[in-house]
Ligand binder design. Structure first.
Ligand SMILES: C[S@@+](CC[C@H](N)C(=O)[O-])C[C@H]1O[C@@H](n2cnc3c(N)ncnc32)[C@H](O)[C@@H]1O
Length: 267
C-alpha cells in the first residue's frame, strides 16, 4: 500500500477548515461569539468538562499534575482542577485568559497556574516529563503540524496524554451545504477531523483508548445561529441572506445531544 502522508492531508483539511471567518451580518459577531463561548463553557455547571472528567476518571487522582493546552475560558480546566493536585494551563489569547481568570475565581478554584503564552514557543526542555497528564480539548485546528503538537504533548508527560475533540458536526454541515450553496456536499469542509490523532498515534504504535461522550448545551436562538455561523462562515460568507437560511434551519432542527471523542494513551 502506498504510504500516505498524514501531515499533508492534515494541512489541506486544516487550510479549508481555518479559512478566515467571513461574517458580514453583524460587525460585533466576534465579541458576541466570545461571550457565548464563555457562557456555553459553564452550561449546566460545566457539563462538557464534567463528562470529559468522568471518561478520564481512571487516570485522574488527587496527586495528579496536569498540563492543559488551550484552556479557553475553562470548559475542561475547572472540572479537572477539582479532581487533581494542580494544572498548568497554557493559553495564548489575552481575552481567553481574562475569561478563564474570572471563571476560576467564580468557581473558587485555586490550583490552576495560567501561562499566558504560545504553546508552540514553550521550551520542551523545561517541561520534559513534567506532568502526569498532558491534555487538550477542542484544540486541534489551532495547530499547523499536528504531529509536532502530539510530540510536544508526549514530551511534557511522564504518564498519560489525552485529546478531546468535538465529533459528529459534519451532519450539520451536510444539511446546510445544499441550502446555502445549492450544491451537494462532497466533503469540502470537515468541522471536526478528530480521526487524524487516532491515525497518527496508531502509526506511531500507541494503543489509544477511544470513547465518545455525549453532553448537552443550551443555546438561545441567536447563540445557536452564531455557533453554526462560526464554522459555516469559514467557507461561505454569512451575510443577511445566509443568516436567514441558518435561522430557518435552526428553527426546524430537532435539538439533539452533542458528542465529543475522548482519546487517551500512555507512553
Ligand atoms: C477552540 S478553543 C477551546 C477552548 C477549550 N479548551 C474548550 O474545550 O472549549 C481553543 C483555545 O486555544 C487557544 N490557543 C490557540 N492556539 C494556541 C497556542 N498556540 N498556544 C496556546 N493557546 C492557544 C485559543 O486562544 C483558544 O482559547
Amino acid at each position: 500500500m502506498k504510504e500516505l502522508n498524514w501531515q499533508d492531508i492534515w494541512e489541506d483539511t486544516r487550510q479549508q477548515r481555518m479559512r478566515p471567518l467571513k461574517i458580514t451580518y453583524d460587525t460585533d459577531f466576534r465579541a458576541k461569539f466570545a461571550e457565548d463561548q464563555s457562557a456555553v463553557a459553564k452550561y449546566n455547571n460545566y457539563e462538557y468538562g464534567r463528562a470529559a472528567t468522568e471518561v478520564l476518571g481512571e487516570i485522574l487522582d488527587k496527586d495528579c499534575e496536569v498540563l492543559e493546552i488551550g484552556p479557553g475560558s475553562g470548559t475542561l480546566t475547572i472540572p479537572v482542577a477539582q479532581r487533581v493536585k494542580s494544572i498548568v494551563a497554557v493559553e495564548s489569547s489575552d481575552m481567553a485568559v481574562d475569561y478563564l481568570k474570572r471563571n476560576l475565581e467564580e468557581s473558587r478554584v485555586e490550583n490552576v497556574t495560567i501561562l499566558n503564552a504560545n504553546w508552540l514557543d514553550v521550551d520542551d526542555r523545561e517541561i520534559k516529563d513534567g506532568f502526569d497528564l498532558a491534555v487538550c480539548s477542542h484544540f486541534l485546528w489551532q495547530v499547523k503540524d499536528v504531529e509536532e503538537h502530539l510530540r510536544k504533548m508526549e514530551n511534557a508527560s511522564r504518564g498519560y496524554c489525552a485529546v478531546i475533540q468535538p465529533a459528529g458536526r459534519a451532519e450539520i454541515v451536510k444539511e446546510l451545504w445544499r441550502k446555502i450553496t445549492g450544491k451537494d456536499y462532497s466533503g469540502e469542509f470537515d468541522p471536526d477531523a478528530d480521526y487524524f490523532v487516532y491515525l497518527i498515534l496508531r502509526l506511531w504504535g500507541r494503543l489509544v483508548n477511544v470513547r465518545i461522550m455525549n453532553y448537552s448545551i443550551e443555546r438561545n436562538f441567536e447563540q445557536e445561529v452564531r455557533y453554526i455561523a462560526s464554522f459555516i462562515g469559514r467557507y461561505v460568507e454569512v451575510d443577511a441572506n445566509v443568516k436567514e437560511v441558518i435561522e430557518q434551519y435552526v428553527s426546524e432542527r430537532n435539538k439533539e445531544q452533542q458528542s465529543a471523542v475522548v482519546m487517551w494513551w500512555t507512553l
